[in-house]
Design a protein around this ligand. Structure first.
Ligand code: XMP
Length: 512
């Protein structure tokens, strides 16, 4: 049985980070909603339980509570922020609504390390984000640390295996945060730490074999890291029982279609059936005259399904549809949903349209960087594993206005030059997203002795950790100048290059 720590989600924005920190300690960690009944939680046989932060107050109408018997189970429980207040409140301590919120970097003083703050420095920086705070600890608890505005920054009752911190140890700004997770996972929960990526590959391949038997599997391959890793895992498990369909919609990056074919096609190292559908002209035809971003997205999404479905019909009935769904796609807090800014479509989201019995999602427990590790473990080429994130509608949403074959060529070439120069300049593209787009603007220039009237290419580079917010990357001026020179000289149809400084919000990462 895999050792497991469970994160109970009370709507905190850092819940995925908490799970990441646990997994970095080689223990499998899963996030469940706070509404999970205690019996169900215990049936998972967790070695420890972590209660997340959340936007609510432990008192008042909006309070999210939990079955207090949780604290009697003897299983180690760590409460973070809201989770800490909940623990205090449920066990008879006092929680106050403070006049001043404490937010950001804060100095914490450790009076006593206890078990949870083992090896912490006497003073260090922690990340705070709260208004309510614990004013009185429940009976049997000891106060371990405090800050200027927060008398109970950490408390524990080691006898009952209950621990709580008001700050966020999962955030990098909490200097000693990783020590806390190490102490919780190893000293307190007594985990052995056997969750590693090579064991993931072995176990998953075995499980896939058992599940699929001699059935047939269909996989929509986009060339992105998730679907590629998913395909290779399946090929390892069931070989030629797998068919991968790769739809080239003509909106891919330069040479991407051929690169995907080189890896997954008959010349590549993997055993599988590979079908490449060259639907470039079909998509350009469907997009002719369409300028509205949402309409473009909808057409690309719907036509993608049409093309895929047609291919799937040729293959006939399959038993399983494989999808590269990853953990962040699965976890939903269900607490507050934002406005739809753009209708995302993910290549692979096709279950209603293909005749199959069941879906297999071998990556649904993994975070992105874990998927990458699995990819490397499986021997997938590095350039594919570390490929920049790329939206399903592809260059269709990086070309402002009407999409034409000519504009696709321009943006593909400019983008290839841009990324090549960023690599030469050692810019770490893994910290965000870097690409070229084509504005719909044409302007006057002079080249040689002649007047030009051509398009403007937009270079975009953003630094982001979650793609929800982002800031423009500070690319050295010289690098941008080299890009500008090369793009204008080498890409026909361009006479101007602009760098997009807009952060998100107010901008979005893609132009459409
Ligand atoms: P925005 O432009 O909304 O992008 O700031 C945030 C992230 O999402 C990607 N993106 C998409 N991914 N299908 C996808 O699979 C889509 O329709 C789509 N639209 C945007 C974008 O590249 C960025 O990483």
């Amino acid at each position: 049985m895999v050792e497991k720590i469970i994160v109970l989600d009370f709507g905190g924005q850092y819940k995925q980070l908490i799970a990441r920190r646990v997994r970095e300690n080689h223990v499998y960690c899963e996030i469940l909603p706070y509404s999970t009944p205690l019996e169900k939680l215990l049936a998972e046989n967790p070695k420890g339980i972590i209660l997340t932060g959340g936007p609510n107050s432990v008192f008042g109408d909006e309070a999210l509570s939990y079955d207090p018997r949780l604290f009697e189970t003897g299983i180690p429980v760590l409460g973070i922020c809201y989770g800490a207040q909940l623990m205090a409140y449920e066990l008879g301590g006092k929680v106050l609504h403070a006049d001043v919120s404490e937010y950001g970097h804060t100095e914490v003083k450790v009076a006593k390390s206890g078990r949870i703050l083992r090896d912490w420095k006497r003073t260090s920086t922690v990340w705070m984000s709260h208004t309510d705070r614990i004013s009185e600890v429940p009976e049997g608890f000891e106060v371990l640390a405090s800050t200027e505005n927060c008398p109970v920054a950490a408390m524990e009752n080691a006898g009952r295996n209950l621990y709580a911190v008001q700050f966020h140890p999962e955030v990098v700004h909490t200097e000693e945060g990783s020590k806390l997770f190490h102490a919780f996972v190893y000293d307190i929960c007594r985990c052995a730490g056997t969750w590693k990526m090579d064991s993931f590959v072995d176990t998953t391949v075995k499980e896939l074999r058992e599940k699929i038997g001699d059935g047939r599997v269909l996989c929509a391959l986009s060339g992105g890291v998730d679907s590629s890793v998913c395909a290779v895992l399946l090929s390892k498990a069931v070989g030629k029982q797998l068919t991968c369909v790769f739809v080239d919609h003509g909106l891919l990056r330069k040479d991407e279609g051929d690169e995907v074919e080189k890896v997954f096609g008959p010349e590549g190292p993997y055993e599988l059936n590979f079908v490449r559908v060259n639907a470039q002209e079909y998509f350009y035809e469907k997009l002719k005259g369409v300028t509205d971003p949402e309409q473009k997205r909808k057409i690309i999404g719907a036509e993608f399904i049409n093309v895929f479905e047609k291919e799937a019909r040729k293959i006939g009935k399959v038993d399983f549809l494989a999808q590269g769904t990853i953990y962040p796609d699965v976890v939903e807090s269900g607490i507050g949903k934002g406005a739809v800014i753009k209708s995302h479509h993910n290549v692979g989201g096709l279950p209603d349209h293909v005749d199959f019995k069941e879906i297999v999602e071998p990556l649904r427990t993994l975070f992105k960087d874990e998927v990458r590790q699995v990819g490397l473990e499986l021997g997938i080429p590095r350039n594919l594993v570390y490929r920049q994130p790329f939206p399903g509608p592809g260059l269709g949403i990086r070309i402002v206005g009407e999409v034409t074959a000519e504009k696709v060529r321009i943006v593909q070439e400019a983008d290839a030059i841009y990324r090549e120069e960023l690599e030469k300049a050692n810019i770490d593209m893994g910290r965000g997203q870097f690409f070229a787009a084509l504005s719909n603007m044409r302007s006057v220039g002079v080249m040689g002795d002649g007047r030009t009237y051509e398009y403007a290419v937009v270079l975009r580079g953003v630094i982001t950790s979650d793609f929800m917010t982002a800031e423009a990357a500070q690319i050295p001026w010289e690098t941008l100048q080299i890009c500008m020179n090369r793009i204008i000289n080498e890409v026909k149809g361009v006479n101007r290059v602009l760098y997009d400084l807009t952060s998100k919000p107010p901008g979005t990462i893609e132009l459409e």
